[in-house]
Design a protein around this ligand. Structure first.
Ligand code: BQZ
Length: 697
């Protein structure tokens, strides 16, 4: 749709000139350049779901010798009693290097800091794979990058099977029977129901990774009919999409036997803040369903996790997983993670900051380099999101409210996106075939992407300026910055100043925010960076206290099926840049409502062709209306120390989930002849919940 900038006021001469100039300066969509060719990306071995694992009782099980010693000493029940009736069994035929051996450590380096262990109540563990290694969820999606398209569906995990009622409104889920938390306490529906009733449904609690009731469909209910059976009831029929939402990060139940006593409903005088902070980083041996348990924490230094003796997964020879005895998370920076991985002092990195690419490639090109680096698809993408709430989310003052009104103005968003020189932005990060021109929306190269449905406003600074003038934004005081129209409440005549929120923990986020500042200055808008550390940034964004935010996008714009609800404001507290105001109402713009309707139709249908069509409509609505201003898109690379085996080919650093989940770390091992002596607490196991550290025999 061409945007003509005809102003309807009286000052014809001035008008005369500007109309002529304006006529010359129309903003219209253009041809979107294809991403540069990038053949370095690896290809997964596509398999069927049943090729990877099954649930099955095996004739015999085994464990590391040092664990067996605990059993022999009567300090631990025999392995068969620690395992569920039918453990999850990984098939050797699907393991790149086959059955593994026990021992060694994966040394992670991370940029986050643990706030505490109460994931359920919203505390972060520092990211970088800590929470992914500790938590297990009802279903799993990370490894789906290797599942053939025709079989694509959420992987069973703690929920081992499920079936729909005839009318499709009820989904009965069967949990794995006889699985235990790492302290030996049974895992049952009590844990799932505590997570649901006392956290997801409790408006005073925001679980980490943002689960809300609407994440599972408006009006959805959940009940337990016995210790191992959950029954979901949905308004729509057969909304299979929500089973993806039961994977990481939105349905990973915590240990109710530890958390529930601290919940305000169960402890007189307890506040929600006290509940959230009841398990600080110093609290060791918090029970987990994941493969490793935190046993040591030194602030700003390291978190050490030891193998979970009750872990409920085995290989098809009956060896209890994981193979690795210990996980280290050195508390440093994300950039240092890349440096240490290529240097061999760390073992793992998601190379995701484009600024580090050239050096990392150079260092790992050497045959003697300790780590191998493998690129995946272009699944790292950044978008500048305008806060679209006009009814009070984040309690905006007069200036911020005026900016919200601009953000909600289509011409303003088109002007901003047309003033973004994406070529320059990409090259400011890294030269070469990495970054692609990304207008926003679904990513080129992904399953549901359709170029024909993608509206792209090419870089056109003069056109953008004309568009601002059309909506009354001109530089009335000649200082190079446009001014709010005189009648704008509280800020009439003032310079247009807009804050941009960004994550201080990543150079890329800072570089992009600075790029936006510089490019908006050319347009005549003063953008003020608000660069905050990861957790502060996340909290500020979730509170709505921002005008614009630079965001590294989630998996929904890559896979569509993972995080589908987040593709549009499908609930009052779901979208990252448009949440409900004080009256808990969402003031959606018409095209936003159309996006919500398309996304809900996508969730409610299982017809593949209809889904493809719906995502074309979604992409058109998103990009034509500039729901988000795409900044750049580029491939990430997985850096792993060469001593590790069972790393799946073509594993993307990010798709349905991060590589820390995608590579199935519980079946990663180090061949005996390559094992290093890195264990900090050899021959120990986690201690009792809250006790000081690991225990030795
Ligand atoms: C990967 C990931 C594993 C969160 C986090 C971090 C938080 C966000 C995001 C990534 C880190 C790493 O990302 O950058 O490579 O290891 O942890 O969880 O950015 O601040 O809130 O969404 O996943």
């Amino acid at each position: 749709m061409k945007r003509h900038v005809f102003a309807l006021t009286g000052a014809s001469l001035l008008l005369g000139v500007s109309v002529i100039a304006a006529q010359a300066q129309t903003i219209s969509p253009g041809e979107l350049p294809d991403p540069p060719k990038f053949d370095a990306q690896g290809t997964p071995n596509f398999v069927g779901m049943a090729d990877i694992f099954e649930y099955k009782a095996l004739p015999a099980y085994s464990e590391p010798d040092f664990v067996k010693a605990f059993v022999d000493a009567g300090k631990l029940p025999p392995v068969a009693e620690r395992l569920p009736k039918e453990p999850m069994v990984f098939k050797a035929s699907n393991m790149p290097d086959g059955i593994g051996v026990y021992g060694d450590v994966m040394r992670h380096v991370i940029g986050g800091r643990p706030e505490g262990w109460n994931y359920t109540a919203g505390q972060s563990q520092g990211w970088g794979g800590i929470d992914i290694g500790m938590s297990e969820c009802l279903t799993r999606t990370g490894p789906l990058f290797t599942v053939k398209a025709e079989e694509l569906a959420p992987m069973p995990n703690l929920a081992k099977s499920w079936e729909w009622s005839e009318d499709g409104h009820k989904l009965t889920m069967h949990l794995i029977e006889g699985a235990k938390w790492s302290d030996g306490v049974p895992f049952t529906t009590k844990d799932a129901m505590f997570y649901w009733e006392k956290n997801v449904l409790d408006p005073n609690v925001s679980p980490l990774n943002g689960a809300t009731p609407e994440t599972f469909g408006e009006g959805t209910t959940l009940e337990a009919t016995d210790d191992y059976t959950l029954v979901w009831t949905f308004k729509d029929a057969f909304p299979a999409q929500y089973i993806y939402q039961m994977a990481y990060g939105t349905f990973c139940p915590g240990p109710a036997h530890i958390l529930a006593p601290e919940h305000p409903d169960n402890k007189a005088g307890q506040t929600y803040d006290q509940y959230k902070n009841a398990f600080p980083p110093e609290y060791m041996n918090i029970p987990v369903m994941g493969a490793w348990v935190p046993v040591e924490y030194r602030a700003d230094d390291i978190v050490v996790l030891r193998r979970n003796p009750y872990y409920w997964k085995v290989d098809d020879q009956g060896n209890q997983l994981p193979y690795l005895n210990e996980m280290h998370y050195r508390l440093s920076t994300w950039a240092d993670r890349d440096v240490q991985a290529v240097a061999g002092t760390g073992d793992f990195s998601n190379l995701e900051q484009a600024e580090s690419y050239v050096e990392a490639l150079k260092r790992s090109a050497d045959a003697a380099a300790p780590a191998r680096l493998a690129f995946g698809a272009r699944t790292i993408g950044y978008t500048l999101y305008p806060n679209l709430s006009g009814n009070g989310w984040g309690e905006p003052d007069a200036r911020a409210q005026a900016v919200r009104e601009l953000n909600r103005n289509a011409d303003f968003r088109v002007a901003v996106t047309s003033a973004i020189d994406r070529q320059a932005l990409g090259e400011s990060l890294v030269k070469g075939p990495f970054t692609a021109i990304y207008p926003g929306g679904l990513y080129a190269g992904t399953t549901y992407y359709d170029k024909g449905s993608t509206v792209y406003y090419p870089y056109n600074l003069d056109g953008a300026k004309a568009l601002l003038a059309k909506i009354g934004l001109t530089d009335t005081d000649g200082n190079g910055i446009v001014n709010f129209p005189a009648e704008t409440p509280g800020v009439g005549g003032k310079d247009v100043e807009i804050t941009v929120l960004a994550n201080a923990d990543y150079q890329t986020d800072k570089s992009l925010a600075e790029g936006v500042v510089a490019q908006m200055e050319k347009l005549g808008i003063r953008v003020i960076p608000n660069i905050l550390t990861g957790t502060q940034r996340d909290a500020t964004e979730q509170s709505g206290k921002f005008d614009w935010t630079v965001r590294r996008n989630g998996s929904e714009l890559i896979s569509v099926v993972q995080g589908t609800v987040a593709l549009a404001p499908t609930g009052p507290r779901i979208s990252a840049h448009h949440r409900a105001g004080a009256n808990d109402q969402l003031d959606l713009l018409p095209w936003e409502q159309a996006m919500v309707d398309v996304v809900n139709k996508f969730i409610a249908t299982n017809d593949a062709a209809e889904r493809v069509e719906l995502m074309k409509q979604y992409q058109k609505l998103y990009t034509e209306n500039v729901n988000g201003i795409g900044l750049t898109q580029y491939p990430g690379a997985l850096i792993i120390n060469k001593r590790f085996a069972n790393i799946p080919a073509g594993a993307p650093i990010f798709m349905f989930n991060w590589a820390e989940d995608n590579i199935i770390r519980e079946r990663v091992f180090v061949p005996a002849d390559k094992q290093q002596n890195y264990e900090l607490h050899p021959n120990t196991l986690p201690g009792a919940p809250g006790s000081a550290g690991p225990v030795a025999l």
